[in-house]
Design a protein around this ligand. Sequence first.
Ligand SMILES: CSC[C@H]1O[C@H](OP(=O)(O)O)[C@H](O)[C@@H]1O
Ligand SMILES: Nc1ncnc2[nH]cnc12
Length: 297
Amino acid sequence: MSIQRPCVKSFPQTNLLEILFQPWGFPSSPIAICALPSGKQVAFLARHGVGHTIHPSTVPSRANISALKSLGVRAVLAFSAVGSLREEISPGSFVLPTQIIDRTKGVRPASFFEGTSIVAHASFGDPFSNKFVTWLENRVKKALDAEGRDVKLFTEKCIVCMEGPQFSTRAESLMYRQWGGDLINMSALPEAKLAREAELSYALVATSTDYDAWRPDEGTVTAAEVFKTLTQNANTSRHVAATILDDIHEAFAADGGDMLEEVGTMKFSIMPRSVEQNVEDRRKLAYVLPEYFSGDQ
Ligand SMILES: CSC[C@H]1O[C@H](OP(=O)(O)O)[C@H](O)[C@@H]1O
Ligand SMILES: Nc1ncnc2[nH]cnc12
């Protein structure tokens, strides 16, 4: 879910060929561009496809993020069902995490630069956009407190992103707790990494559905257990989105605004040997980073 702005200044949408050129394939679902009651536009994308047909390991995250960027999106507010690794984060709780532990297994393309002649190392020490997350804290809390919704909100938590599709073993779940993990899902990565490379602000609203597999006297998570809480969490997520999207749009609307802390960061992440950059690679990367790759070298 994301904020849409009419146009990214320097995106080279000059002819039909350029528009049709989608270097990372098609996104998971059609992207619905909707007008809010205020008239502002937002774009919605279903990560697992319209009929939930896409496995977490094969979500085309590069296509998703690059398509959103090409539409003029500046900020992505992602939602995810997560397991809880902490007693206090009971199913039904909402969390705005600030850290990630990567337990994906290298099978997901995780960089726009992969397979190109251009090397870049994005900073990822703070994997979610700090300003965006901080900005969200009060707003999400207020939205959750409205209408007597009894939903707890946690902040400053660490999410483990695992490969799946099977859930974790008890031993893995206990290990993640020892590592400092508070939540677990299969979707935060490479989405957050790619948003960073695309210079988009990215925050995750994690919605807890289960206690994973670490509780000694309880059974381990099943898909059926996740589904039990999922519908209620999805309703609450829709309420949160409907309450805060206008304000998010507003916060990101002004050019050069405070919230756009990722814009400009890739400038110092791309290795500077541009003489050796392949023209086709530059063209491909111009789709997602027109700021650096659309012109001649
Ligand atoms: C249905 S449980 C596992 C599944 O749920 C989460 O998906 P999403 O993040 O799209 O809500 C998790 O990451 C797994 O992909
Ligand atoms: N326990 C769990 N592990 C991984 N992904 C999840 N999504 C929801 N619950 C999960």
